[in-house]
Design a protein around this ligand. Structure first.
Ligand code: ADP
Ligand code: MG
Ligand code: ZN
Length: 544
């Protein structure tokens, strides 16, 4: 079977060999195994379900979250001479009926559907007339990310699959899943003893960087001027900004188009075509653009603002360099962006528990924006992969400013948190370390702790900053839940015992000198604005 797959790979796609993971995934699927495959963006997931679809009798169903993504894939398959179609809301009634009829006649090897299409008797009766050898769930993180709230159809997938007469093997594909999300996907889809493939999250052809405290417009102009023949994506958080940035670029003579949910299907399709065929250089878009878009030569992805979590960031940034060539991902980080994302979360219709999880994810994204670890390592370890060497080319790896030893202060901070026994949040811990006389400190008798006032020479926000640095470095953890509290991790013990030292890049650590003058300039920096905001929020959520 595997030989046949290899021949097919050459014959249909023109590829000489499989990429990492592809062959094993395909032979598992041909043997009828449920599968959960986590391959990096650009890793070649489509081939993993398309080849089995070609080799197996019947029509494989591919569940896909976005109309643009379905269109892209179906167009590409049709160009390869493979009969494929999609069912989604972009079809008018006649076209829809047409596809349904042809499907029931077994015309297609692959049928792409939005999860919403599967609900309802119409599709059930169609499915009963089909032979379905395989169900592939593309971009399967959507099951976990969206199934819980605004696309409940994702949650219904398992029961729909269960109602099929002969349950076919089910394969879920994604590029970004933490171990918890993987489990959630497997549970929500009801996978049966799935083969699990994780080929590694590190995209070593990407150079990641975080840029703070700069004029975004000027940055982008200079950035584009330095690479006149490259094409890329600029992601903005809002439609309005996408419009503005695009206009700005056009005024500068940079061929750019915009893409967001407020445009008509036609406008979006046009923009996408132009980008794919290099008629425009820059696509300015909200996150409505790009999932699964296969433009190989995207040389850069600039984030005008940070997205709400590391998953989204890596998905979006990962659209650079799908051809394996060196590419850049730049995150422009400013404090108010944290607020924008927070408002989005707080206004969402998700339940309280979900919102808390999202807020914590937002904090992790913020840690990324200000950590001084290798950025690629940061992301990869977030997805649960250990022992990946530092990349040597992210903005942190290239930051040669010396590291300073902050072990003493760290020990003081850690011992204080230890004393608080996981009952309080970061802002209160900072107040105790500062030796604040605030009412609730006195009421709780925290001024009698031996660690009270241990860092009284620092301004309080710098203590807060230190605590969040220790969170980012894994010595402290912040609980999930409505009132997040801070506590020690196992990593903290060797530091407290004096066996391990803690250090920090001088460029970041220097801000935490005690003198008021440096405190004042630090207080005006965007980073501290964000921290103040962050702290206010933490304070608001501490119910004391
Ligand atoms: P993703 O994992 O992000 O869904 P795609 O399936 O879109 O990735 O594939 C990314 C690119 O890699 C596509 O251009 C695809 O044609 C190419 N590709 C996939 N498999 C192979 C292979 N075995 N050899 C060469 N190119 C491949
Ligand atoms: Mg894909
Ligand atoms: Zn690095």
């Amino acid at each position: 079977m595997s030989n046949q797959a290899r021949q097919m790979l050459k014959q249909v796609y023109g590829f000489d060999s499989f990429r990492k993971g592809q062959e094993d995934i395909i032979s598992g699927l041909l043997e009828g195994k449920d599968t959960l495959a986590i391959l990096p963006t650009g890793g070649g997931k489509s081939v993993c379900y398309q080849l089995p679809a070609l080799l197996l009798p019947g029509t494989t169903i591919v569940v896909s979250p976005l109309i643009s993504l379905m269109k892209d894939q179906v167009d590409a398959l049709n160009r390869l001479g493979i009969s494929a179609a999609y069912l989604n809301s972009s079809l008018d009634a006649a076209a829809y009926r047409d596809v349904v009829r042809q499907t029931s006649q077994g015309v297609y090897k692959l049928l792409y559907v939005a999860p919403e299409r599967l609900d309802g008797t119409m599709f059930e009766s169609l499915a009963s007339q089909m032979h379905i050898p395989l169900i592939a769930i593309d971009e399967a993180h959507c099951v976990s990310q969206w199934g819980h709230d605004f696309r409940p159809s994702y949650r219904q997938l398992a029961s729909w699959i269960g109602r099929l007469e002969n349950r076919p093997p089910v394969a879920a594909f994604t590029a970004t899943a933490t171990p918890e999300v993987s489990q959630d996907i497997a549970d929500m889809l009801g996978l049966r003893k799935p083969n699990v493939f994780v080929t590694g999250f590190a995209r070593t052809n990407l150079s990641l960087s975080v840029v703070t405290g700069t004029d975004r417009r000027k940055f982008l102009r200079d950035y584009l001027a330095q690479r006149p023949d490259q094409s890329g994506i600029v992601y903005t958080a809002t439609r309005k900004e996408a419009e503005e940035v695009c206009e700005d670029l056009n005024r500068l003579g940079v061929p750019a188009a915009k893409y967001h949910g407020g445009l008509s299907d036609q406008e979006r399709a046009d923009a996408q075509e132009k980008f794919r065929f290099d008629e425009i250089r820059v696509m300015v878009a909200t996150n409505a653009f790009g999932m699964g878009i296969d433009k190989p030569n995207v040389r850069f992805v600039v984030h005008w603002q940070m997205p709400g979590d590391v998953e989204s960031y890596y998905q979006e940034a990962g659209r650079a360099g799908r051809d394996g060539e060196e590419s850049e991902c730049v995150l422009l980080f400013e404090p108010q962006d944290v607020q924008v994302q927070r408002f989005l979360i707080e206004r969402s219709t998700a339940d309280a528990e979900r919102r808390t999880i999202q807020l914590n994810k937002l904090y992790t994204m913020m840690h990324y924006s200000r950590s001084d670890r290798c950025l690629l390592q940061f992301i990869v370890s977030y997805f649960g992969e250990a022992d990946v060497p530092s990349c040597g080319k992210c903005s942190n790896c290239l930051d040669t400013s010396a590291r300073v030893d902050i072990t003493e202060d760290s020990r003081k901070a850690l011992s204080c948190v230890g004393r608080l026994k996981g009952r309080f949040g970061v802002s209160l811990a900072a107040k105790v370390l500062k030796g604040s006389r605030e009412k609730r400190i006195i009421e709780f008798g925290l001024d009698r702790l031996s660690t009270y006032g241990l860092l009284r020479n620092y301004v309080e926000k710098d203590i807060t900053d230190l605590l969040y640095y220790l969170v980012a470095e894994g010595y402290l953890r912040i609980s999930e839940g409505e009132y997040p509290t801070v506590s020690l991790t196992a990593e903290a013990l060797p530091v407290l015992e004096g066996k391990v030292t803690v250090s920090r890049k001088q460029s970041a650590a220097v801000k935490r000198r005690t003198s008021e003058s440096s405190a004042v300039s630090a207080a005006n920096s965007p980073l501290f604005e964000a921290l103040r905001e962050w702290r206010r929020e933490a304070a608001a959520r501490e119910h004391i």
